[in-house]
Design a protein around this ligand. Structure first.
Ligand code: UDP
Length: 468
């Protein structure tokens, strides 16, 4: 008996079909499509930059003559690092005045830059890119990047090179067009960044700490490990509207140790006050970062609130994501008043370092404030509808909508009956009140001594940062 024929598992063992259309498809059309897919974005950039240069040629000529007249030079080149880590010179018209940056169209025409792509880095910045993110250099740098867009709306929580890496892997022509369109919309609506970035913001007398997501997570961990307790609240325009007319809620926010800015509305409000918000530090985006940090630090969380089963499902999902995460306990938020004692006892016996309370605003803040001396967890924070998202009960707005600062439109669509007052009436009302505050700031004083406290804290953090 002869040996059985060798079987090669997988596609290697499959003989390619000899039918004419399979040959045409496999040998010619697929490769052509791939090449075309590579060429299409470049072709688009080429044509668009050419069209822009032709259309703007009178302006460019005027600008060129002005630069020549002023400085004797046409351009001021700046060395940056481009595709495949090769250096190139980004052009800017020499001298002062407007329209200097239009010269960048020549860079796009030449192929140094694209309209959409990771930001072109300086040689020093390029040297700092971690090795796992080097793939960002596989594509042309661009004028518009996902990171810039997110930073503009205050949701750039990850490091820039990681966002760039994600962009490179997920890149498509349609995706790039979407990114460009979103950038156009946000820059038209929001304008440029501007104004100083004070450590403490004041909206209707509520002191909001102007911080970053990473600093907020560090603060929670430091308080969870330390002696000082920490009560934390997130406020969005709806909360501030409530605080405007509810002195009890405002007093609770005054007593909180840290109040954080949640949502695009605060961003717009800051613009109206001539200030700049460092980041949109909302509970929903903070939660996974907190879970990761708590898992690394060995600190446990207690999840209290939402409908029965929702907090437990959230705990399960987060433990799947971060296996080292310790959840000390969960409990729904629909217990009777007479059960409060046992709920408290259960939380305190769990040994949790951080308690997240999801009863909705302002109920959760009142609850934490009333029971502050009876709660054992070092850090207590109100988190609103957060468990509904992380349990999967309610889907969160897609990234592209969040990048335009329009997460609230998604919420409105999900629950129009409950949300229309909050957004359709609440958002314009908030902006109107901010406009009035800008005219009469003395009507809205902050709690006495709060500005100094935050300034001291900022200095202490800076010193600690220098020491480490
Ligand atoms: N909730 C609760 N107990 C109550 C009322 C509400 O646990 O007695 C929960 C509710 O299930 C939801 C959250 O509180 O998960 C409030 O969600 P919402 O979206 O209103 O919160 P916010 O807008 O304040 O973030």
């Amino acid at each position: 008996m002869g040996k059985p024929p060798l079987q090669i598992p997988g596609p290697l063992g499959v003989r390619p079909s000899r039918r004419w259309f399979s040959v045409l498809l496999g040998r010619w059309l697929y490769p052509l499509l791939l090449v075309f897919g590579e060429l299409l974005p470049r072709l688009f950039d080429l044509l668009l930059s050419l069209a822009a240069l032709l259309l703007l040629s009178p302006l460019l000529l005027w600008r060129g003559f002005r630069s020549r007249g002023e400085t004797g030079r046409l351009f001021t080149p700046m060395e940056l690092i481009g595709r495949f880590r090769s250096p190139f010179y980004r052009l800017e018209f020499a001298g002062s005045g407007r329209f200097r940056r239009l010269a960048v169209l020549f860079n796009i025409l030449r192929g140094d830059l694209a309209f959409v792509g990771p930001r072109a880095l300086s040689p020093e910045e390029a040297r700092m890119v971690p090795v796992e993110d080097l793939v960002r250099f596989a594509v042309r740098p661009g004028l518009v990047s996902a990171f810039r867009l997110r930073r503009r709306v205050g949701i750039a929580y990850e490091r820039e090179s990681a966002v760039d890496r994600e962009h490179v892997y997920a890149q498509s022509f349609g995706g790039d067009m979407g990114l460009a369109a979103r950038s156009l919309v946000t820059s038209a609506l929001g304008g440029r960044e501007g104004g100083e970035s004070p450590p403490l913001l004041n909206f209707f007398g509520v002191p909001i700490v102007n911080t970053s997501m990473a600093e907020a997570v560090d603060w929670i961990l430091a308080r969870a490990r330390g002696e000082l307790p920490g009560r934390l609240a997130f406020v969005n325009p709806d909360c501030l509207n409530i605080a405007y007319g509810n002195p009890d809620y405002k007093a609770v926010l005054w007593r909180a140790d840290l109040v954080l800015p949640d949502g695009i509305g605060i961003h717009l409000g800051c613009r109206m006050l001539g200030q700049s918000l460092r980041a949109n530090v909302n509970g929903t985006d903070l939660f996974p970062l907190l879970c990761e940090a708590a898992a690394n630090a060995g600190l446990s969380l207690y999840l209290l609130g939402a409908r029965p089963g929702i907090a437990a499902a959230t705990a399960h999902n987060m433990q799947q994501r971060f296996p080292a995460l310790r959840i000390a306990g969960t409990r729904d938020g629909y217990f009777r008043a007479e059960e409060e004692e046992s709920v408290l006892a259960e939380i305190n016996a769990s040994g949790a370092a951080v308690l997240l309370v999801a009863f909705g605003v302002p109920r959760q803040e009142f609850w934490i404030d009333r029971l502050r001396s009876s709660l054992a967890p070092r850090v207590c924070m109100g988190v609103g509808g957060l468990f509904d998202y992380y349990s999967g009960r309610i889907p969160r707005a897609p990234q592209w909508l969040r990048e335009m600062g329009l997460e609230w439109v998604w919420r409105l669509k999900q629950e129009p009956g409950r949300m229309w007052r909050r957004y359709v009436i609440g958002n314009p009302l908030f902006l109107f009140r901010v406009w009035r505050q800008a005219r009469q700031p003395e009507r809205f004083p902050l709690p006495p001594g709060r500005e100094k406290r935050v300034a001291d804290q900022t200095n202490a953090d800076a010193e600690q940062g220098e020491a480490t």
